[in-house]
Write a protein that binds this ligand. Structure first.
Ligand code: ASP
Length: 435
């Protein structure tokens, strides 16, 4: 059995937490390949090293120097090395890293140095080889290039009994560093698991797996023991952030299960994520609720828009032209609702996007609804008549004035779009009804 273990930023944030990591690895010799994030928060208002590095890049652009944020990164690394009583030449490593950041002047390169430094430190502490992900994770045009990545990774690891691998980044053919989106070390872990055909991918974090609901909204929600890849994808997509939603793709292809574990409470069961769970077609079971706030909906209304591929194509090609990605699309009989993050819609091209849509499809109406949330109920056979009616009754009872802006239904997910102000109340009501 081979297990690939990915440890998140909080587990790599201090000497103490890294000692816990070591203990976890030592209790199971099958835990052979360790993927690390950059040092994360040690306490509530602490700053993640990756955020400090994005600040460093900003300062570099403005002043030509790395500035105080990078001084903070250096201090964090020095403290960890001291706490672990390591013999590595951390000063040289930090000086070389700073010089390289200034020389490269690249955003992704700068951001990737958190994982690079953490990987070097953890490898030295565990006394195992360090693998620099720029040598194994290949990107092409900003996207992961699967085949060369799997080939390079398995080649690099085949003669290594154990190794520490830096998460979050790789490189293109020319050697330029490229990062995944935030939280992307989870994807690195999944890639490594897939490349070496591991039996299990363990993701170690600071919570004991997925909870059925946000504990800040519902007290002591149930924990979710088992999820299918599709259910996990829906939960992550709808806002649950325990695991990066894209990490399932590499492992799903070959059926490698994922286990979410808590490095602070390794005895807790956690959550298993595995291939589709056989489920009796007539039975349903709700597993979790997830959601996102602070979105907005651009609703385009036009006669028969839902079955006119030309109009749909024109709308999407306008978003493509402005390279503007969105969160969800809902389609009604005469409407298309495009959900985007409010923050992102502050783009200077928003008026142009709306104008071009108006010219291209001459809609009867385009309305932008701000302060919108998405809430999703995930489980088995969620699309049954009984579930839908229970859901609607529960939401209606919670708020008889509920302004339901849209909804979408599939076997694993029912998704509702509503106003931000209704978010907590509706989640509480759905939880009460289904759990
Ligand atoms: N350090 C990166 C971030 O904070 C990637 C990761 O932790 O997975 O997003």
């Amino acid at each position: 059995m081979i297990k690939v273990c990915k440890f998140g930023g909080t587990a790599i944030s201090s000497g103490d937490s890294i000692r816990r990591v070591k203990k976890i690895i030592e209790t199971d010799p099958e835990r052979r390949y360790i993927v690390v994030s950059a040092p994360g928060k040690r306490f509530k208002d602490d700053i993640k090293v990756t955020d400090l590095l994005y600040d460093t890049y900003q300062t570099l652009l403005e002043t030509g120097k790395c500035g105080s944020a990078f001084e903070e990164v250096k201090a964090r690394c020095r403290t960890i090395v001291q706490e672990l009583d390591l013999a590595i030449d951390i000063e040289k490593l930090l000086v070389d890293t700073e010089k390289e950041i200034v020389y490269q002047r690249e955003r992704d390169f700068t951001a990737s140095r958190g994982e690079y430094l953490a990987g070097k430190i953890v490898a030295s502490f565990l006394n195992v080889p360090f693998i620099d992900s720029c040598d194994i994770i290949r990107f092409s045009r900003g996207k992961l290039d699967n085949e060369p990545t799997y080939a390079l990774t398995s080649e690099a690891l085949q003669d290594k009994e154990r190794a520490v691998i830096a998460g979050f980044y790789g490189a293109d053919k020319k050697g330029n560093i490229v990062t995944f989106s935030r939280g992307g070390s989870d994807i690195t872990g999944a890639i490594v698991a897939r490349a070496i055909n591991a039996n299990l991918y363990e993701k170690w974090t600071d919570v004991s797996g997925f909870l059925a609901c946000d504990p800040q909204i519902v007290d002591n929600p149930l924990s979710i023991k088992h999820l299918s890849y599709a259910q996990l994808r829906s939960l992550a997509y709808a806002g649950a952030d325990v695991l990066h939603g894209d990490s399932i793709f590499p492992v799903r292809e070959v059926g490698i299960p994922i286990k979410i574990k808590n490095y602070l409470r390794p005895e807790d069961y956690g959550t298993d994520i595995m291939p589709e769970i056989e489920w009796p077609s007539r039975e349903s079971k709700a597993l979790g609720i997830a959601g996102k706030k602070d979105l907005l909906v651009i609703r385009i209304r036009n006669h028969q828009i839902n079955n006119d591929p030309v109009q749909i194509k024109q709308i999407f090609s306008i978003f493509e032209k402005f390279n503007f990605t969105f969160e969800h699309v809902f389609c009604g009989i005469a409407t298309i609702s495009i959900v985007v993050k409010t923050e992102k819609w502050k783009t200077p091209v928003k008026a142009q996007i709306l104008d071009e849509i108006a010219i291209a499809v001459c809609p009867e109406e385009i309305v932008v609804y701000d302060e919108v949330s998405v809430v999703a109920l995930i489980g088995h056979n969620m699309d049954s008549r009984e579930n839908i009616s229970r859901l609607l009754v529960a939401t209606a009872n919670a708020d008889d004035d509920l302004d339901m802006l849209d909804h979408a239904v599939s076997k694993t997910t029912v998704m509702l779009v509503m106003r931000n102000g209704d978010y907590n109340r509706i989640i509480k009501a759905i939880y009460k009804e289904f759990f």
